[in-house]
Design a protein around this ligand. Structure first.
Ligand code: C2O
Length: 357
């Protein structure tokens, strides 16, 4: 098989951009002896079933701009608890951010004999499945810490007109959701440019920005009608990293990262560069929407095919810690049905769907 798998025990310092503001050590502390659970066993194991059946959940991920105060309080509480855990606890908020750093900035070598190639989950067909699993475990950890297994991450619904600005509760100082390193001009009610060009930002009226964004969503979702265009390029064992991004990964995904990163940090930290992006709590709401768009895309026009007929994609592997500090090895094939993972997205209107630019 030429499926990608990180050599998890060989995590090393990551490649940082110039003048980085954190250390290059993003590796989790490893329990010795090294052991892990396979996700397929995990799905049938008692803890998981208890977790699943108790509340007969399906966790429903809702648009971030439509949630109520009670929900916001839970989210704030969960993030606050994660931030307060000991630094080396895998559930700690910064530890979680480092998981992203390690998988994104070359913390893991590929398996022997390709150990000279470092793994990067971006700009390839691993982009959607990696981030799906990543926020899935984050969500489980958060829900468990607040004692609510039905807790579901919100999605920052930037493809809807009401959602085209940062949900304001992420910008309240003293909230655990507040983050300092963000672009000061892009605070609400400023509208996001889904195709933001960091080198030459465009000036548009609100109405112009809304029409532009909707037409752009149509282009990235509807016109990107093949797996190569939408999912990104194949990336197999032995391949160099970053073979080519899919439409939505490139924009709005990357562009919103750039739009939100601070202006006075060397690499637009935190959201504007991979090694620090997940230190901003809004990262998880951003990626919840990205994940939702993958789900939506597969259902457009009666069904579109991603790479689920390619065994190398299906067998690609990652490792994550869960809410019980178990290390879990997952395969891409395990994440293709969100209901099996225990969550769904609340459906909302898609104002871009019939906007033919
Ligand atoms: Cu791994 Cu939004 O990036």
């Amino acid at each position: 098989s030429r499926a990608i798998s990180p050599d998890f025990t060989k995590c090393g310092p990551v490649d940082l951009p110039p003048n980085a503001i954190t250390s290059p050590y993003c590796c989790p502390t490893l329990a010795t002896p090294f052991k892990f659970i396979d996700f397929k066993d995990y799905l049938i194991n008692a803890t998981y079933n208890k977790y699943k059946n108790n509340s007969s959940i399906i966790r429903v991920r809702r648009p971030a701009h439509l949630v109520d105060d009670e929900f916001i309080a839970k989210l704030e509480k969960g993030i606050a608890i994660m931030k307060s855990l000991p630094n080396d606890d895998p559930r700690n908020f910064i530890q979680q951010a480092k998981v992203h750093c390690a998988y994104c900035n070359g913390g893991y070598p590929q398996k022997h004999p390709f150990q000279d190639q470092k793994i990067d989950v971006h700009r390839s067909w691993l982009f959607f499945p990696f981030h799906r699993f990543y926020i899935y475990f984050f969500e489980r950890i958060l829900g468990t810490l607040i004692g609510d297994p039905s807790f579901a991450l919100p999605y920052w619904n930037w493809d809807s007109i009401q959602g085209m600005q940062i949900p304001s509760y992420f910008t309240t100082p003293n909230s655990s959701l507040y983050h300092k390193l963000r672009h000061y001009k892009h605070m609400p009610p400023h509208l996001v440019d889904l195709n933001y060009d960091i080198l030459s930002p465009k000036i548009r009226t609100q109405d112009q920005q809304i029409s532009y964004n909707l037409a752009f969503m149509y282009k990235q979702m509807v016109l990107a009608n093949t797996k190569e265009l939408f999912m990104g390029s194949p990336y197999r064992l032995g391949d160099p990293a970053q073979p080519g991004p899919g439409s939505v990964e490139l924009a709005p995904h990357n562009t919103i990262h750039d739009w939100l990163g601070a202006v006075d940090t060397p690499n637009h930290e935190d959201m504007g560069t991979f090694y620090t992006a997940a230190r901003d709590p809004i990262f998880y709401a951003h990626h919840s929407n990205v994940d939702r768009l993958w789900e939506l895309w597969t259902k457009l026009e009666g069904g579109r095919r991603d790479y689920r007929d390619d065994p190398n994609w299906l067998d690609s592997k990652f490792f994550f810690y869960d809410e019980n500090l178990n290390l879990v090895r997952v395969k891409v094939r395990d994440c293709l049905d969100t209901k099996l993972l225990g969550y769904v997205y609340e459906e909302v209107d898609l104002p871009w769907l019939n906007v033919n630019p």
